[in-house]
Design a protein around this ligand. Structure first.
Ligand code: PMP
Length: 364
């Protein structure tokens, strides 16, 4: 759409144009249904089929065996910060292992501490969250009820490019900002959660996949809405779910499979976008300074600074005038952040780096 800015927002983020076209049609009338997507009953057979197809798509994209449940929940990733310790940590003697690698893992931690014992296995706070731990710095507790970490720290632009933890302790990961961006050995995770509003859809729905055995010791006195077992029994339709958001996520998974060609193809495109942007930072003679250590930088969020806050403000103003949106860094750290989610095309990044090179030449 030529009237739209190129969207580098940290989230809600850009969605593929082909999906937005279908969404637009579905607001008028869903093909084969004859109703607007905004007015279809969550108790209809049609919607039950949407949920079932989406479960299948996620299961097959992630390569999950049959003993995993796939849930579509509300409350965002933030609700999972509480819901998961309520099921897995309440009343336990041994502490869960949490990694503190940035802003969002730092939000998960205190929520878990309200519910049960937590051990911070590593923290990057003293170094300003500019890097992730090496294997030598990590010692995971064999008795922990689970390990929790964030695969991609959206604010700082730090991403783990390997799997953490031990196979004899449940591995739980917040993948909100890199979900379905690359292939991986996902059945080695006992639980993964990701809100939709970055890589896979609009805000309002959070995907949770979890292994059935994980819940065997969950308490029986949880509020029904916050009990995974109740949500599993109701096939994610315990109450009125976000029908629209779930439908859009279904369209995105079809697009990933049929148009993009699956997660390996998505990863190749994501790597090409990130390489272009980081090359521009690296060849700028320090004009653009990356926040994250090179080995840990994210394929999804490139965070960088310019010499002064004043120059950053000028950059953001000029970028906006040139048709780029969402480049301001997170309010907690400022600077610049270019988010390169699945829905962003390589052409948008080509235009951004051209703009960045031009801006640098004018100011040097
Ligand atoms: N985890 C990560 C990695 C995030 O990036 C965010 C939000 N950007 C959250 C959790 C919180 O998500 P929500 O706003 O859906 O609760």
């Amino acid at each position: 759409n030529p009237r739209n800015a190129l969207n580098f927002s940290g989230g809600p983020g850009v969605l593929p144009a082909a999906v937005l076209q279908q969404v637009q049609e579905s607001i008028a009338s869903v093909p084969g249904v004859g109703l607007s997507i905004l007015g279809i009953s969550h108790r209809s057979d049609w919607f039950a089929a949407v949920v079932a197809e989406l479960e299948d798509n996620i299961r097959s994209l992630l390569g999950l065996p049959a003993d995993y449940h796939v849930l579509f929940l509300q409350g965002g990733a933030t609700q999972q910060f509480s819901m998961l310790p309520m099921a897995l940590l309440a009343g336990r003697k041994h502490a869960a292992d949490y990694l503190h690698t940035g802003y969002w893992s730092g939000k998960a931690l205190p929520e878990a501490s309200r519910v049960g014992p937590v051990r911070v296995a590593w923290s990057g706070a003293a170094e300003g969250f500019r890097r992730l731990p090496t294997d030598d710095e990590l010692h995971f507790d064999a008795d922990a009820p689970y390990l929790h970490y964030v695969s991609n720290e959206t604010v700082e632009g730090l991403q783990f490019h390997r799997m953490l933890g031990r196979d004899d302790v449940p591995r739980i990961c917040d993948m909100s900002s890199d979900f379905l961006s690359a292939p991986g050995d996902y059945s080695r995770f006992d639980m993964i959660y990701a809100h939709a509003q970055k890589n896979i859809g609009p805000a309002g729905v959070t995907v949770v996949v979890l292994r059935d055995a994980l819940l065997k010791a969950a308490p029986d006195n949880l509020p029904g809405f916050l009990d995974y077992r109740a949500q599993i029994a109701a096939h994610s339709i315990l109450n009125t779910p976000p029908v629209f958001a779930i439908y859009v996520v279904l369209l995105v998974t079809r697009w990933l499979r049929d148009q993009v060609g699956g997660l390996a193809a998505m990863d190749r495109l994501n790597r090409a976008k990130a390489a272009l942007l980081y090359q521009t930072l690296d060849s700028s003679d320090g004009f653009y300074k990356g926040h994250a250590a090179v080995a840990d930088r994210s394929l999804m969020n490139a965070v960088f600074r310019l010499e002064t806050p004043c120059l950053e403000a000028e950059f953001l103003g000029a970028a906006q005038a040139a048709g780029f949106s969402g480049l301001g860094g997170h309010r907690s750290i400022g600077g610049i952040r270019a988010s390169l989610y699945n829905g962003l095309g390589l052409d948008a990044v080509e235009k951004l780096v051209e703009f960045m090179d031009g801006f640098r030449q004018k100011h040097r």
